[in-house]
Design a protein. Sequence first.
Length: 226
Amino acid sequence: MTQHGSYARTALVVVAHHRIDSLTGHTARLAAARLEAAGYRIDLLDLHAEGFDPRMNVSDQPDWGNREKAYSDEVHAHMRRILDADVVVAVFPVYWQSVPAILKGWIDRVWNYGFAYGRSKPRLAGKRMLWLGLAGATADDPVVEGMRSVLETNLSEGIAYYCGFSRSTVGLLTDAEERPQRLDAEGNLLVGEVVTGAEREAQYADLDRRARAFVERFVAEEAVAA
């Protein structure tokens, strides 16, 4: 078991989907199982199931003149879960080449001024981040490369590294829809027939394989870093 001092390392696995039976939820559970097998204690944060409100409010609005502002009890509890984690893994469907509103709102409210940024010594320094995004686009869709680049820029550079994380990795899982989707040369969206039977099983087995590979690489890099 991987150890950090006298206790097992902790992975905060954040799920951003409204259905527990979704492919996103399945992928999050798969990621959690692989991390647990590698010796991590799992803290599973299902944002929808826990009723997290992604809307900014007065209590959690940053005060640029006071980085010691006491935020709401709800946000403070989430901050503690992040501080207690050695690694954070966010699993989400890709919406408009970005994360869903509930995940963005969690970052807006919880990764707040004075906590995640705004200090000469970042409180989240040294932590590691894995973003697993499920996309409906097919692997051969020309949009995928741009999507990957946008996600890496926004999530790794714009959020994780800005907040002091030592490493941030984006794992883009294409072919996540039961109807294949891709853009043609003129930019028209082409939606194929529903994939069923053995072909569907093979498609989802391949997605599982790719998700496991991202997690296992992440774990291997973490072991080297430790």
